[in-house]
Design a protein around this ligand. Structure first.
Ligand code: BGC
Length: 939
């Protein structure tokens, strides 16, 4: 038995009208009951005739990648065939091109009144012949919906998405064949709103008319009849126009919708002289309702408000089933959190974020059209009847990406945290990666996207999403001499050029390429990746370092000497120089991949020079860093800034630094994603896990304990008493801190590395008794790699793993402390394990248990915090009476740095007592792990 379960074309399923750049990347996943022998693959691309045939090739991997000249408005069948062990199978898929470079014969049209809030454009026509196919190629500015005979075409929302509209306005293609077969008389209706294009939007309260001052649309309806004839209906002055029922809308504003408004006064549309050069087939994935959230609870607040709780912070819009009499206006305002039980939304700043609906008296579902919101709660006013939960729902809207990864553990709080990370992505992958979905911002901040990208590529299939964003960045770089603006599209704000934020120009294409093994994003962005490092070179004040430019530093870190400065303590020029080095190395590697060998040599030489300059400036000859911050040590380790023989010293210095900081993070955007990673990679996984599992401020689980359902912008966006941090910049739905999930995938679940788009995976989980049961998966183009493990509770502390490896993938399993026998599917085997397609169960007894026991070198404070241990020790010596006195503990051991060993000289203790104390410690598991001893199940 052999089957092909999925075919993707440029990382999409049956793409319609997308810009494929005359290059196809076709991936397929195979399932076969027989092992791989003489496996072969073939793809044929056909229109009426064969336009490409790869011929039979050895199955070296699961994709085809080739250039091909594509014709506009053409349907292509993609037939993938696979042979394995005498079986053969073929599966078909298809794609269809848009207009590519074919010019539009249609014209931009609009209403003579530029100030209409909701321009309607319509064309009525009759068809007297049977139709075989109908395609609509169109776009609208700012945002539009399109209807045939009152029925919305497609499930895409807020088309054409957000771009620098003056450079690129994306064209959508719709297959409307089924609409046109229903009736003889038709009405094609386009409804326009202001959106990002014209409505108030942008940094610092925003401004209107960023890209233009009037709504307009352009459309071509291509009809093919059964008799073989064709006809095109274009937007032109035969269309009619009037004003629709949306009386005001904008992204931050929300929407006012008046259903009592009569749609009358149709008048001829006017042709608008607007560029057609800007029209390009789409790259954006569509924005869609991906799920609905029901109302969890209707709350009557102490202040007397009626508030709907959807139970989950998210982005989208609320929908209501209308029961109101004609003329009644019902209003929904949204917010992320309650304060003292009351509705709150000060952190939305200038965003009005409301939906006002004036009823026409008809019972029906009602929704906004040209806006979106970020919220968990909605306050309802204006209703004349008591509210019922079932009359409301919230549409969760984001770019249409497939979920590819997920992880659960035995720790419910960790599970909530990981869910929060995914919700952060769902809420902010809104055509561009935004910083937040709620306040008057929602911009494609480059730095935020940069730090989260390595996590994002694991959670969801983000290739197409990031490829579009990479072009958004490129457009801004082209306009700014290679400099990347702070956010893309720049919305008319030309400032930028800071490290991390600007380095998104190189890091995002590189991260995406590495995750999916498709160089299309590198081909698209190579010139701008190069332009970025060139721009740094031209603007730095010190050769081979990056100094003297505006920087965000380790944004929102907690170690800044001036608490008013969110840039932190780590020298900004050090951070910038490290990223200058990283970006330059990426350009060198990209040049190598794309075959530009001169560039490869040039940039790799330059990268070396930068690395040397960093080392001269910031690191002593013996490996001491001149900057004593968590982030600085983490950067030195993550980017190999010291020679291997000095690494352990830097690790030790990082561990000491963390100890002084009470083993809590003080990091911001730069350090947060990498501290746990460098610890785990350098033998300190236990400490990394401890930091990850901390529950007090600052920590990931601190937010979970305070009820977070998404990742917050700040470590303390909410204070311990539940009150909002009064800072003006305080969102509860920012994803950067969620970048820790990459560490969970790599170090805890164990997908530690991969090559060729997950064709080869190294699975090397690092075990810790506090995360004794872990289950997760990652679905690459080969299929779903499923991993589950458990540290069993039997006497020998057996470790068991279950794996499901898709066909065509090779997984090398590396197991720690596996010096004895390892069982694979019940039979003894040797390490390392190399597994291909199939289900496996593995078990072994680790050379030493993962339960950690106390010892005398541990901080006195930690030992004394364990009442069971203190109880066991109390008969032994007065030392424990002494230490149990909080004053003594605070004086001598208040810092978690002071070890029990150091405390003992302060009291008289006999050698015998000391030996007894050591013995008790050695047989007592750490409190944090003891609680799991008898908990857990067998897998
Ligand atoms: C945004 C960020 C962004 C930062 C840069 C904020 O207003 O919300 O997340 O990266 O500014 O300073």
């Amino acid at each position: 038995m052999i089957e092909i379960s999925q075919i993707s074309i440029n990382h999409m399923t049956t793409p319609l009208g997308f810009d494929l750049d005359n290059h196809l990347h076709i991936e397929f996943s195979v399932n076969s009951s027989k092992p791989m022998t003489e496996t072969k693959k073939r793809v044929i691309i056909k229109t009426d005739e064969v336009v490409y045939d790869s011929d039979w090739q050895n199955y070296d991997n699961n994709f085809f990648d080739f250039a091909i000249e594509l014709e506009p408005r053409t349907h292509y069948t993609v037939s993938v065939s696979v042979q394995n062990a005498g079986d053969e199978i073929t599966k078909d898929s298809f794609f269809e091109t848009g207009k590519i470079t074919e010019p539009f014969s249609a014209n931009w049209i609009g209403n003579s009144n530029k100030d209409l809030q909701n321009t309607l454009l319509r064309k009525e026509f009759a068809l007297d012949k049977e139709i075989t196919s109908a395609r609509l190629y169109m776009t609208g500015l700012g945002v539009y919906e399109v209807y045939f005979n009152n029925e919305k075409i497609g499930d895409e929302l807020l088309a054409p998405g957000v771009t620098a509209y003056d450079q690129v306005t994306q064209v959508q293609t719709y297959d409307v064949t089924s609409f046109l077969q229903k009736t003889q008389k038709h009405e094609l209706l386009i409804s326009l709103g202001d959106g990002w294009y014209k409505g108030n939007f942008g940094f610092d309260g925003g401004q209107e008319n960023i890209y233009g001052d009037r709504q307009m649309a352009i459309a071509e309806l291509h009809l093919t009849f059964a008799d073989g004839t064709e006809e095109v209906i274009n937007t032109d002055d035969s269309w009619q126009t009037t004003s629709g029922k949306v009386t005001k809308s904008a992204i931050y504003y929300g929407e006012d919708l008046d259903d009592t408004k009569e749609i009358t006064n149709w008048e001829p549309a006017v042709i608008i002289d607007h560029s057609k050069e800007i029209l390009h087939d789409r790259l954006s994935l569509p924005l869609k309702v991906e799920e609905y959230l029901p109302v969890k609870e209707i709350i009557q607040t102490p202040a007397g408000e009626t508030v709907l709780d959807f139970g989950q912070n998210h982005a989208g819009w609320p929908e209501l089933f209308n029961h109101e009499p004609a003329g009644q206006t019902i209003e929904l305002q949204v917010g992320e959190i309650l304060q003292n039980g009351n509705f709150y939304r000060d952190n939305l700043r200038e965003a009005r974020a409301a939906f006002k609906y004036t009823s026409d008296g008809k019972e029906k579902w009602v929704r906004p059209h040209f806006t979106y919101y970020g919220y968990r709660y909605a306050k309802v006013t204006g209703n004349t009847k008591p509210l019922k939960k079932e009359d409301f729902r919230s549409a969760v809207i984001y770019s249409d990406m497939k979920t590819t990864g997920g992880i659960t553990t035995n720790n419910a709080k960790v599970n909530r945290l990981l869910q929060n990370v995914i919700w952060g992505q769902k809420s902010n992958f809104f055509d561009v990666p935004t910083d937040c979905p709620q306040r008057d911002e929602r911009l494609g901040w480059t730095g935020d996207a940069d730090v989260f990208s390595a996590t994002a590529v694991l959670n969801m299939d983000t290739y197409a999403f990031f490829k579009k964003y990479a072009r958004d960045m490129q457009i801004e770089q082209n306009a700014h001499d290679g400099m990347l603006t702070m956010y893309a599209p720049a919305m008319g704000n030309g400032s930028g050029g800071a490290a991390i934020w600007g380095d998104a120009a190189t890091i995002i294409p590189w991260t995406v390429y590495q995750a999916y093994n498709d160089p299309a994003i590198l081909r698209q962005n190579y010139s701008s990746m190069k332009a970025w490092v060139e721009w740094i070179g031209k603007n730095t004040s010190t050769k081979n370092l990056w100094t003297g430019c505006f920087q965000f530093g380790d944004w929102l870190s907690l170690d800044g000497e001036n608490p008013a400065m969110p840039t932190g303590k780590t020298d900004e020029d050090f951070i910038a120089s490290v990223y200058y080095y990283y970006s330059t190395s990426i350009v060198a590697e990209t040049a190598q991949i794309l075959g530009f060998s001169d560039d490869a040599a040039k940039y790799s030489k330059q990268a070396k020079a930068i690395k040397k300059a960093i080392s001269n400036e910031y690191i002593t000859a013996t490996g001491r860093l001149s900057i004593d911050t968590q982030t600085a040590y983490a950067l030195a380790l993550a980017f190999d800034l010291v020679p291997n023989e000095q690494k352990q010293r830097v690790v030790k210095d990082l561990v000491t630094r963390l100890g002084k900081d009470n083993n809590h993070l003080k990091t911001g955007f730069v350090g947060t994603p990498i501290v746990c990673r460098v610890l785990s990679e350098n033998g300190e996984h236990k400490l990394a896990t401890q930091i990850f599992l901390n529950e007090d401020f600052p920590s990931w689980l601190y937010a979970v304990n305070l009820g977070a359902t998404t990742i917050w912008e700040r470590w303390n966006s909410v204070m311990p008493d539940g009150s909002m941090n009064p800072e003006g910049m305080n969102s509860l739905n920012h994803y950067s801190i969620g970048a820790i999930m990459q560490w969970v995938y790599q170090q805890v679940l164990g997908i530690s590395s991969q090559t060729n788009g997950y064709q080869e995976v190294t699975l090397a989980p690092q075990f810790d008794y506090r995360l004794k049961h872990v289950q997760g998966h990652y679905e690459s183009s080969y299929g779903d790699l499923q991993i589950e493990y458990q540290l069993e509770t039997d006497e020998q502390h057996t470790i068991k793993l279950n794996l499901n490896v898709p066909f065509g993938q090779q997984v090398t399993v590396k197991l720690p402390r596996a010096t004895g026998e390892v069982q694979l599917n019940g039979e003894a085997t040797s390490l390392p394990l190399k597994l291909t397609g199939g289900q496996y169960s593995i078990s072994y007894v680790p050379s030493s248990s993962y339960i950690e026991y106390y010892n005398i070198d541990m901080p006195a404070k930690d030992l004394m915090a364990d009442s069971e241990l203190v109880e066991k020790l109390s008969p032994l010596n007065g030392v424990f009476g002494f230490l149990q006195d909080q004053n003594n503990l605070d004086t001598f051991g208040g810092s978690s740095l002071i070890e029990m060993n150091t405390m003992l000289p302060f009291v008289n203790i006999s050698d015998e007592d000391l030996a007894n104390i050591k013995a008790v410690l050695a047989e007592t598991p750490l409190a944090s792990e003891r609680k799991f001893l008898n908990e857990g199940r067998t897998i």
